[in-house]
Design a protein around this ligand. Sequence first.
Ligand code: UD1
Ligand code: MG
Length: 395
Amino acid sequence: MGLEVIILAAGKGTRMHSELPKVLHKVAGQPMLSHVINCAKKLSPDAIHVVIGHGAELVKSELSEEKINWCLQKEQLGTGHAVQQALLNIDDQQNVLILYGDVPLLTADTLKALIDELANNQLVLLTAKLNDPTGYGRIVRKNKKVQCIVEQKDADKKTLKVNEINSGILTSNASKLKHWLSKTNNKNAQKEFYLTDCIELAVNDKDKVEAIVCESEEEILGVNNKQHLAYVERVFQSQIANQLMLNGVTLIDPTRIDVRGNLKTGKDVEIDINSVFIGNNILGDGVSVGPNSVIINSQINAGTKLHANCHIENANIGDNCELGPFARIRPETILAENVKVGNFVEIKKSDVKTGSKINHLSYIWDSDLGKNVNIGAGTITCNYDGANKHRTIIG
Ligand code: UD1
Ligand code: MG
């Protein structure tokens, strides 16, 4: 019996007030849906099915590199109906885990605990206890046992006071889910086919239903508007900052660093405030990054010092270099060791050998500079004669 994951992502996300499908809005530079897919992959499922509807083509093309079974839900008739679309492609004996494309902070550890419980139950839910449960489906228990889930819009006064809520995430067996869902109807306030109705149907069938209460409220946070998106971004960034510090990086202010991608760091790295790291970056031992730098897909080697306001993209910076303030290093630039690049210098597609200096207001591009070259203030290497590009070589 294997595991297959279904991710619901067909909704429009009306409250985002955006042309972009909700699940493509980014957290830490990646679509929310990518975070959910990455989390699902950690469980090594047999397959990942994503139910799409609004902006389906765009969602598919943005995530075209992922191995996904895309399931089109033409009309959004409810979460139960959405799950049914994916179940059409899943064998009865498989176990199924249902996730949401707009819940990007979920961790694989939480999901593993959920799946482990399935050994003793037919359906396991992930719930949370919230100070303010408004908007969520409420978990109704009798003698501590889960009886059903009641949606906010269908709830009476007593049920609205329940503070244990449905995260939406659940796991069960495919044949069971197919059976329960075939019995659901849309006679409710939203005229939708609710996935949550499976709980009561399971209880009526005397199937065992268990709920695991998620310790962290943040993990199950669903993004519905731009305020939620910003909040989730901050939570995510603080997790990254904490991890960097545990790895030994000195952050002058952990609330003022943004990492959108992977940042690998050596020993004794120090990062001053307001820097942004985009894509895959590597900082070697003893690197220091001054305030307000932007570093994109680059490698900065050991002992190099970046003064304030450096902008570095697709470049390789050697050991013990010194850059900035206000240096701009553009793609395909390779600086060897002990190179100095000063203020208001732009370098593109150039190879600069050991010990060379370009200290003031220069534009170096398409150039090969040898060892210990000293470029005077305001120098430009011209590469274009109006028809062809040429390389400048300085010994
Ligand atoms: C749902 C749950 C609720 C839970 C809440 C957690 C139901 C009936 N209710 O409510 O108990 O507390 O999530 O956030 O399940 N979607 C589709 N197709 C559809 C409808 C929805 O793919 O036809 C997707 C949406 O894109 C979204 C997710 O399912 O990712 C949840 O849908 P939404 O309408 O936001 O459910 P809630 O009303 O929040
Ligand atoms: Mg809804």
